[in-house]
Design a protein around this ligand. Structure first.
Ligand code: 3HC
Length: 707
């Protein structure tokens, strides 16, 4: 095992350096080595003060999230923090980069804190459904006041070093030199060692944070703040915000050791809560998703110039995403008018960013200087990557890929932004099988973090590696998908909608379904989304797939009948809902209900009572069953990738972790039995796939496949 800790004594100052890449997480080995290093430093007669610093990107990202749920090896993080605070020699934390969660808690337990001017500090535990559990809820109010501590910990966003210093969390800031060498880690270390020497020279000893009792503020002021906060947080699905408020209250009222114990119990309650399990799963799943098989060590192709065909909503968003990532971008449209409209869309996106102060004029000028608009494909001949973003029409896309195959220079990557269509077929059209890939962006493409990377049968590994580096540069989370109609996300969406349609056919109203799924945690129900995205789009897909549909498959034609009546949703002011000036977000439509009634009557269906619980249960089961199928077919690499797609692309509630995480939480045997009960109603939708039986037989869960 490689040591995580460096230990050096420099003229009365002992420097302990944490070195546990990539983020200096405070796992068991690190805690044990830190503990031993502190013993050594404390026992050394020549050491007068101790500096705890770090190598690498930052001070520390906190507790090791991967260790949660496993038996904790001693010392625990709270024990280590208490041990630092109890040290008989002054301890100075030297912070650069990020000090987050347990990382800043460790620094708050030190007696003094020196930070590099570019550092960021924060307590983001709440985003994982947790509370700071290593004394953060006790030491933060002692340094910054109870109300500020509450705001900081329930917000979770990191603060700049300057702001943290103003709030009393940091003692001294090292001015950045602004040059690559020696870099922030060394600059802050030098500053902290000088600070420690000065402490020794001034005869200043340890200053335990627990003894600072004059900054917490008045209890009644806190009480008023917490009442407002509790009202605002009452709909939170996570228990963490409320527990944070309780712990800060405990800081004001209880002796410190009792309040620390209170914090520990609250932390453990949060750790065991379903919401935290879902949120921690989401965090790790997003990071795992970017690890694609078969590309380790493969050199990506060099991309400088990106061509985009189509400047509609998607094309304009993709252009902005590429400009923001620093690429040169050429957007091709058909004809001058379409080209000008596309440019207007791009400029409008930047205009809004400017208005919201997300961008300054100089940055905007730089970005637009890298944009070229053209009204034909020819200027794309120089591009290193061409992304097709034209409407979903296979014939038009096939023609385009044939043209791009003739036009593009050798080794140019040809990407399709299709949401459903067959990327293998497009690759064949281009006659450049190895160079073609699917890059499925989500609207608005410049903001949505998800990128489905569709690897076709013959896509070259370096093309896949290039897609990964492109995603990284754009700040997107890439998820690998194989070729199938709708890839990962839209296949699951289809299963979800099918389950919802069955329920409507049997007796539910679309409004009941939408309300139930909002209760589940989606911002909108499936029929609200259909109205928003246009019923004609999914109708076109159903018509395209009709030829291959199994005639024995249960098929609900309500959506088709609505489209035949010209009800396409918001764009026609009529869909599952009716839209008017009085009801811009839609009101229940008596005509739609009448259409559904007559549909049932024609088929002799006597409507039955359907409640919200059944709706949520069936819709979730349908998503899970389809997810399992995607794994069986090898379309998705791992279950957590499916969760990432649903969380980032389709509004699945983050605190639930995604459908496959929900399956594990439900238990796979329970899941399988629930599916088997539904199989007679629609085998295509409900039949459990072999992978489920295999996992059950091996005593495994979907989580065991997340590697
Ligand atoms: N524990 C374990 N692994 C962690 C980690 C942590 N706290 N933080 C990050 N990692 C891992 C990631 O999983 C990733 O692993 P990989 O290399 O295998 O993919 C790697 O470190 C790099 O992470 P990112 O890809 O996220 O790197 P970025 O540079 O984009 O971001 C970061 C760095 C801002 C530190 C970000 O990783 C982050 O926000 N981390 C979580 C911070 C956090 O929530 N800390 C609180 C932890 S809970 C806690 O401390 C409880 C305590 O109060 C008791």
């Amino acid at each position: 095992m490689v040591d995580c800790i460096g230990f050096e004594i420099d003229d009365e100052i002992c420097v302990i350096v944490m070195n546990n890449p990539p983020v200096n997480a405070l796992g068991a080995q690190m805690r044990q080595e830190l503990d031993r290093a502190l013993d050594r430093a404390e026992a050394h007669p020549g050491v007068k003060a101790i500096v705890i610093a770090a190598e690498g990107r930052g001070f520390s990202a906190g507790a090791d999230i991967k260790e949660f749920g496993r038996p904790a090896a001693a010392p625990s993080l709270p024990e280590l923090c208490n041990r630092i605070e109890a040290c008989s020699k002054p301890v100075v934390a030297a912070i650069h980069g990020m000090a987050l969660g347990g990382g800043i808690e460790l620094a708050l337990a030190a007696h003094y804190r020196v930070a590099h001017g570019t550092a960021k500090v924060g307590l983001p535990e709440v985003t994982l459904g947790l509370i700071p559990g290593a004394g953060g809820t006790q030491r933060t109010p002692r340094l910054a006041g109870a109300v500020v501590a509450l705001e900081l910990m329930t917000d979770g966003r990191p603060l700049s070093a300057r702001r943290a210093s103003e709030l009393g969390l940091l003692d001294y800031l090292v001015t950045p030199l602004g040059q690559e060498w020696p870099g922030p880690a060394q600059e802050v270390l030098s500053g902290a060692v000088a600070y420690a020497k000065q402490l020794v020279a001034d005869g200043k000893g340890p200053r335990p944070t627990r003894q600072i009792n004059d900054r917490m503020g008045d209890f009644m002021v806190y009480h008023a703040a917490v009442d407002t906060f509790r009202e605002a947080a009452k709909d939170s699905h996570s228990m963490a915000p409320g527990k944070i408020a309780d712990c800060v209250e405990a800081a004001l009222l209880l002796p410190l050791d009792a309040a620390m114990q209170f914090e520990r119990t609250a932390f453990e309650d949060c750790l065991a809560s379903p919401a935290s399990q879902g949120l921690r799963h989401a965090f790790l799943a997003e990071r795992l998703a970017g690890k694609f098989g078969g590309v380790d060590g493969v050199q990506p192709r060099k991309i400088g110039e990106v061509g985009i065909v189509g400047g509609g909503l998607m094309g304009a968003g993709i252009a902005v995403a590429c400009l923001d990532a620093g690429y040169g971008v050429t957007v091709a449209e058909k004809g001058v008018e379409a080209m000008e409209k596309a440019e207007d869309r791009i400029v409008a996106i930047y205009g809004r960013a400017l208005g919201r102060k997300k961008l300054d004029e100089a940055t905007l000028t730089d970005r637009l200087a890298r944009l070229t608009m053209c009204d034909s494909l020819n200027p794309l001949a120089a591009a290193d990557l061409i992304i097709e973003a034209i409407p979903e029409d296979m014939a038009a896309k096939a023609d385009l890929f044939a043209a791009l195959g003739r036009l593009a220079k050798p080794r140019t990557i040809l990407a399709s932004n299709t949401s459903y269509l067959n990327v293998d077929a497009l690759a064949r059209q281009s006659d450049r099988l190895a160079d073609v890939i699917g890059l499925h962006f989500f609207a608005p493409a410049h903001r949505q973090k998800l990128l489905e990377v569709v690897v076709a049968e013959h896509t070259a590994p370096d093309v896949v590696a290039t897609a990964l580096s492109l995603a990284k540069r754009m700040g997107k989370v890439p998820v690998r998908s194989g070729v199938t109609d709708g890839f990962i996300g839209n296949r699951i969406l289809t299963a979800y909608r099918t389950a919802a349609d069955h329920l409507v056919e049997e007796g539910a109203t679309p409004y009941q379904v939408d309300a139930a799924m909002r209760d589940f945690g989606f911002a909108m129900g499936p029929y609200q989304v259909l109205d928003m995205s246009g019923l004609d789009n999914s109708w076109a897909r159903r018509k395209r797939l009709a030829r291959d549909r199994d005639p024995s498959e249960r098929y609900v034609a309500i959506g088709d009948m609505m489209c035949q009546a010209g009800w396409f949703g918001q764009k026609t002011a009529r869909g599952y809902y009716v839209y008017s000036k009085a009801a811009p977000r839609g009101a229940e439509s008596p005509d739609t209900l009448a259409l559904i009634d007559s549909y049932r009557a024609e088929r002799n269906i006597t409507p039955r009572e359907v409640d919200g619980k059944e709706i949520r249960h069936r819709c979730l089961l349908a998503m899970i069953a389809e997810g399992a199928r995607l794994l069986d077919e090898g379309i998705a690499q791992r279950p957590s990738d499916i969760d990432v797609v649903m969380l980032l692309g389709f509004g699945f509630p983050r605190w639930r972790g995604g459908p496959m995480k929900q399956a594990d939480m439900m238990g796979l045997l329970t899941l399988r039995n629930a599916l088997l009960r539904l199989v007679p109603e629609a085998p295509q939708l409900w039949a459990p796939s072999p992978i489920l039986n295999e996992l059950i037989k091996n005593g495994q869960s979907f989580g065991d496949l997340n590697r």
